[in-house]
Design a protein around this ligand. Structure first.
Ligand SMILES: O=C1O[C@H](COP(=O)(O)O)[C@@H](O)[C@H](O)[C@H]1O
Length: 255
C-alpha cells in the first residue's frame, strides 16, 4: 500500500478549486495515455463542491467527457432522484452541465429499483465486472472519497460488518449517518484504484484526518484502510489538517 501524502489548502473554497484542477489534469493525462478513463465520485459537501468547481472551470473543455466512465464509491439507498442521493448531487453539480455519454455513467441502483440492497450490490458488482477487462473492477484512474468525523469513507462506517466484505460492493445496514441503508464499494475494491484522494475540510474532520493518516486499524478507522495502488493523497484545508504532526504534512509521497 502507498504511504499517503498530504496537501493543505487555506480553506474549503480553495481546496475545492485546487482539487477540481487536479481532477481535470488527471483525467486529461489518463485520456492522453490510453483513450478512456475511469473515475469514482464521492458524495458529501467537499466532494460535491469539487464537482461544481470542475463545472465552473474553463479547463473542463480539455476533458473528453464522452470518453469517460463515471462510477460512485457509495450511495444512499433512496429512490431515484432523491435530493440526498449522491448521484443527484453529482448530476446537479457537474454531470448535467457536460456532454457525458449516459451509457458510461454508472450510478448505484436506487431503492425504488425493486431490488433488495443485497441484490442491488450484486447488480453494481456485475456492472463493474462487465467494464473490467481483467478482474472484478475496472482500473480506476482516480477514486475520490469524503471523510466523516467518525473516519468513515464511502459508506464504510467504523465497526460495521461491511468493513470485512471481500466482494467489491456491499449493502450497508444500520449506518449511523442517515439514511441507515446504503451501498458501498468495499475496502478491497477501493484499494484497486490507481489513485485514492481523500478530501476533507473543517475542524470537525481534524481528528479523523489524524487517525486516517496513522496506523490505526481500518475496522475502527475505515479511512486508515483506504489507500491507492500508486498514490494516496489527502487534500485538506487548514482546519482539517489542524491535528496533523508537521512531519506528516511535509512527507514526500513514496510507495
Ligand atoms: O454520507 C456520506 O458522507 C461522506 C462524507 O460527507 P461530508 O459531507 O462529511 O464530506 C461522503 O464521502 C459519502 O459519499 C456520503 O455518502
Amino acid at each position: 500500500m502507498t504511504v499517503p501524502s498530504v496537501v493543505v489548502h487555506r480553506d474549503q473554497d480553495l481546496l475545492a478549486k485546487a482539487a477540481a484542477a487536479r481532477l481535470v489534469t488527471r483525467i486529461v493525462d489518463a485520456q492522453s495515455a490510453g483513450g478512456g478513463a475511469h473515475i469514482v465520485l464521492t458524495g458529501g459537501g467537499v466532494g460535491t463542491a469539487v464537482l461544481a468547481e470542475v463545472a465552473a472551470s474553463p479547463a473542463r473543455d480539455a476533458v473528453d467527457w464522452r470518453n469517460l466512465d463515471i462510477w460512485w464509491g457509495d450511495e444512499r439507498y433512496l429512490p431515484a432522484g432523491h435530493e440526498e442521493r449522491n448521484e443527484t448531487g453529482a448530476r446537479a453539480a457537474l454531470l448535467d452541465h457536460v456532454d457525458v455519454d449516459e451509457r458510461r455513467v454508472h450510478p448505484m441502483p436506487a431503492s425504488d429499483s425493486g431490488r433488495t440492497p443485497e441484490d442491488a450490490a450484486e447488480r453494481y458488482a456485475e456492472e463493474l465486472r462487465t467494464a473490467a477487462p481483467h478482474g472484478d473492477v475496472p482500473s480506476f484512474d482516480v477514486l475520490m472519497l469524503g471523510l466523516g468525523p467518525d473516519a468513515h469513507v464511502a459508506s464504510l462506517f467504523p465497526d460495521l460488518p461491511a468493513l470485512r466484505e471481500s466482494r467489491p460492493v456491499v449493502a450497508v445496514h444500520g449506518a449511523p449517518k442517515p439514511p441507515p441503508t446504503r451501498l458501498s464499494l468495499s475496502l478491497p475494491a477501493l484499494r484497486t484504484a490507481q489513485e485514492v484522494w481523500i478530501l476533507a475540510a473543517g475542524e470537525s474532520k481534524a481528528k479523523a484526518a489524524r487517525l486516517a493518516l496513522s496506523d490505526a486499524d481500518p475496522a475502527q478507522v475505515p479511512a486508515a484502510g483506504a489507500r491507492g495502488r500508486e498514490r494516496t493523497l489527502f487534500v485538506l484545508d487548514r482546519a482539517a489538517a489542524g491535528e496533523l504532526p508537521s512531519e506528516i504534512i511535509s512527507r514526500p509521497a513514496v510507495p
